[in-house]
Design a protein around this ligand. Structure first.
Ligand SMILES: C[S@@+](CC[C@H](N)C(=O)[O-])C[C@H]1O[C@@H](n2cnc3c(N)ncnc32)[C@H](O)[C@@H]1O
Length: 353
């Protein structure tokens, strides 16, 4: 723990600042910045050990706070680049490491990790503010060159969504999109009492290892399909693709493509993939994104009144039948299933972005 004077900011009645879980080293913690400091040294050792850091590794740490994890990272890696939003924490880090042998191997960048350009790194190890979990995950996955792996503390439910498999309750758009780009493993369950102050939720440490090579797929297309499928993940695909709103969106895309005679390259280059992955983080943010609630009449199934629209509907349903997807549900589809489904649609000039 960092030492230092206790500043008397908003002292709580009946409690000295030093006994207050919201203070460390004189710094009052801000919940709005997700400031929950790791206080259990055994847990920090376990995270370090499970990270598999090499002595040659450049380590990226996001949100170093007062430096409890940073200190151990400096002991095992070649260097640490730490990105911290809060200038008070940056000062505390400087104070803590100044004059120590490892100070020359620590670079602190003050700023919002979501807004700054990330430098080269081999591995990312971090106890992050949970409110940036989703955009940060996709920012990392869009970073080039790809790093070896990221070992990150997340809110437990977010972590379980990241690793969820087809058929699991928490299997969702976040699971499918992350697992397209990376292998994801649950490493460690972490109770709330390991933090100061304790957060309201339990946590988990997850390992994210980018796939190399990345799959050859247009990410916007992929996410467009997955978003539709998980809008009602327990309905059959036949029912989802009979919805008026879905059919008219697909038909509009189809007509636009026909009119402009755009070239239809199947593969995307790495830069294009990176751009669309970054954008995805912003739309995947909350945990409530995969509700399976009934939508109102805008999503009603299409009747066969309009002949042209009906042709298009038949074409879509024909593709589902052809792939054996009509009676299947998104909650049970694997990555290979989504890939197959997308290629069936794309081959028929039906696109999702
Ligand atoms: C959960 S605390 C972790 C502190 C420290 N790593 C530890 O484990 O003890 C999260 C840290 O991230 C910082 N932070 C919050 N939002 C950030 C952002 N957008 N970019 C960079 N750092 C951020 C907070 O100021 C805080 O220091």
């Amino acid at each position: 723990m960092a030492g230092g004077k206790i500043r008397k900011e908003k002292p709580q009645k009946g409690a000295s600042a030093s006994s207050n879980p919201h203070f460390q080293g004189g710094i009052p913690f801000h919940k709005s910045k997700g400031q929950h400091i790791l206080k259990n040294p055994l847990l920090i050792d376990s995270i370090i050990q499970k990270s598999g850091i090499k002595s040659t590794d450049v380590i990226l740490e996001i949100g170093p706070g007062t430096g409890n994890l940073t200190k151990k990272l400096l002991e095992v890696g070649k260097s640490v680049i730490a990105v911290e939003l809060d200038p008070r924490m940056v000062l505390e880090l400087q104070r803590r490491f100044q004059g120590t042998p490892s100070s020359t191997r620590l670079k602190v960048i003050q700023g919002d990790v979501l807004k700054c350009d990330l430098p080269y790194f081999d591995i990312c190890v971090a106890n992050i503010p949970y409110q940036i979990s989703s955009p940060l995950t996709f920012k990392l996955l869009s970073h080039r060159p790809l790093f070896r792996c990221a070992v990150i503390m997340f809110q437990r439910e977010f972590a379980m969504r990241l690793v969820a498999q087809p058929g699991d309750n928490l299997y969702c758009r976040l699971s499918v999109n992350t697992q397209l780009l990376a292998r994801v493993n649950h490493l460690l369950k972490v109770g709330r009492n390991n933090f100061r102050p304790p957060p309201k939720v339990d946590s988990s440490v997850v390992r994210i290892e980018p796939r190399k090579p990345l799959p050859v797929v247009k990410f916007k297309e992929w996410d467009g399909l997955v978003r539709i499928c998980f809008n009602r993940k327990n309905k059959t695909l036949g029912s989802i693709f009979r919805q008026k709103s879905v059919l008219s969106m697909l038909e509009k895309n189809y007509k636009t493509l026909q009119a402009s005679q755009l070239s239809r390259e199947e593969s995307s280059d790495s830069t294009e993939m990176a751009k669309s992955v970054t954008a995805l983080g912003d739309t995947l943010g909350d945990l409530s994104m995969d509700t399976d609630e009934c939508k109102d009449d805008e999503d009603m199934e299409m009747d066969d009144g309009d002949a042209k629209a009906s042709d298009f509907k038949e074409r879509v349903l024909g593709l589902l039948k052809q792939g054996g997807f009509e009676e299947r549900r998104s909650s049970k589809l694997t990555q290979a299933d989504f890939m197959h489904l997308l290629s069936l649609f794309n081959k028929a000039d039906i696109h999702f972005s």
